[in-house]
Write a protein that binds this ligand. Sequence first.
Ligand code: A3P
Length: 304
Amino acid sequence: SILELRLYQGFWLPEHWVPGTVVFQRRFSPRPDDVVLASYPKCGTTWLKALAFAAAARGAYPPAAPGHPLRRLNPHDCVPFIDEIFAGGEEAKLDALPSPRLMNTHLPYTLLPDRVTNAGGCRVVYVCRDPKDMVVSLWHFLRRAKPDLSFVETFESVCDGTVAAGPVWDHVLSYWRPSVARPDRVLFLKYEDLLRDTAANVRRLAEFMGRPFTAAEEAAGDVAAVVELCSFDEMKGLDVNKAGSGTAGRYCAMQRDAFFRKGVAGDWANHMTPEMAARLDGIIREKLQGTGLDFAQGSSRDVD
Ligand code: A3P
């Protein structure tokens, strides 16, 4: 496999994720209004972090304000990786976050601490993406560190499930099922839906976090301001997202600009043969069969 992975409770985790995962599982104690932002890597994590932060913190930081933190700080600095915090013994940083605390993880739902997922736990938002576009995004990302990594090797690893937080289908289903059973606790979003109608999803997100936009905020254009603040072009263009490598540190020792590449749906068609696409689609279709979840809309509509 591309990274050094360990099979941990049914999922392939990079070795360096394991210590933080164990401490997170043991020690994290959520507040009722905490929101855990979860995702499979390369499926819209950074965007979700920005949108949720902009929406949740809009009282303290009006989204249109020039000095907004998201214009000064990378989204990974506004919303910490929760398991990375535990890996670094930095729990005090979590305690210091203002409520509602936002934090993110790439762990599957089944690996989240019971204290998050049980009845008295906290809310969870998940974002997923057409796995074909995830592969493309992942390959471009990993190539930064491993220039000779081939696209085919990346593709094969995803099809095998031997990739960080894989298999991707089990990861997606781990969140899909609870989102159906307990929609008040787990909000399930798709990257392609976010692209199609960002404003509607910002409203859903705010409502889910217990902070729906008021009529006055709507009239003032605050939803549109959040969308604009977090838009791909806006974020990619900011100095803070261009320069240097992330203070996201151990988990993401990657240049910040690696998180802002193209930001579209359907780029898979520029990278894989129709046979490869059909093969991955077939695997996903088989795994998701009968669950009520599919990626068909996202895959057919945007590519011509
Ligand atoms: P591409 O490589 O396809 O462009 P993650 O944040 O989970 O690592 O996902 C990264 C993907 O999200 C990249 O996809 C990146 O370009 C895209 N992305 C980052 N910020 C975005 C934004 N504000 N709007 C839309 N897409 C964004």
